[in-house]
Design a protein around this ligand. Structure first.
Ligand SMILES: Nc1ncnc2c1ncn2[C@@H]1O[C@H](COP(=O)(O)OP(=O)(O)OP(=O)(O)O)[C@@H](O)[C@H]1O
Ligand SMILES: [Mg+2]
Length: 215
């Protein structure tokens, strides 16, 4: 509860800061914008729309012609491994598949930055690792900035170029750690000395917070 979602929602323009401003490329953020795509933890799909219609939603909002919207949506549905499920409804999908749809939907509108609020938090460990790997692949292909919230230190280290550690409420930025592990990254790096070192360093910071709260 240190304010991670609050920060993300402020960047997304879904919420406003009590004081101060947030700038993106030098411009203050005012409301939502197509250059910022959001992926939430769960329940963010429209249950009455098929996979295809969920992914075309943002494009419909931008009045992209129907055929072009469907072509673009199918490209991302394929890239997240859901080809063949485009006419399925969210209730027919597993948790991992639903998050793949949410990721395809965010990418389809071609945002400059992706804001992800614990997108893999509700998934089982195996699916989670699979989606991390897919996100790494997509990130390398699409070259979009991702602002990704997680509680999972392994997840932070394997995905990020930079990890921002927040302190307990009221949330402050406690430390910024550059992750100097080269890409492409696979799960194998989890046993590398540098991964373990960075992971322990971040854990120490988080643990300090825990001790502070307990006091
Ligand atoms: N900087 C802040 N100062 C004061 N209150 C804050 C601040 N940031 C967040 N809050 C309040 O703290 C509560 C929790 O914030 P938020 O949901 O953003 O936390 P979170 O880090 O996303 O938590 P979780 O890990 O449970 O998702 C909210 O009521 C929010 O309004
Ligand atoms: Mg949150």
């Amino acid at each position: 509860g240190c304010g991670k979602s609050t920060l993300l929602n402020n960047i997304a323009g879904l919420d406003n800061p009590t004081s101060g401003n947030i700038y993106l490329d030098g411009k203050p953020i005012e409301g939502t914008g197509v250059e910022r795509g959001v992926v939430f933890q769960q329940y963010a799909l429209f249950p009455w729309r098929t996979v295809l219609r969920n992914v075309t939603f943002g494009l419909e909002m931008q009045n992209v012609p129907k055929q072009e919207a469907e072509d673009r949506a199918m490209k991302y549905i394929k890239s997240v491994g859901l080809e063949g499920f485009e006419h399925a409804y969210p209730k027919e999908l597993s948790g991992g598949m639903k998050q793949r749809v949410a990721i395809a939907r965010a990418y389809a509108v071609n945002p400059e930055i992706l804001l992800m609020d614990e997108p893999f938090g509700a998934l089982d460990a195996q699916t989670r690792v699979q989606l991390q790997q897919e996100l790494l692949d997509t990130w390398q292909r699409e070259k979009k900035t991702c602002f990704f919230i997680t509680h999972d230190v392994d997840e932070a280290v394997i995905l990020a170029q930079r990890v921002v550690i927040m302190s307990a409420r009221p949330g402050r930025i406690k430390k910024v750690v550059d992750i100097d592990i080269p890409y492409p990254r696979t799960q194998d790096i989890k046993t590398s000395p540098r991964f373990v070192e960075l992971k322990n360093m971040i854990w120490d910071e988080v643990y300090q917070e825990f001790l502070e709260i307990k006091k």
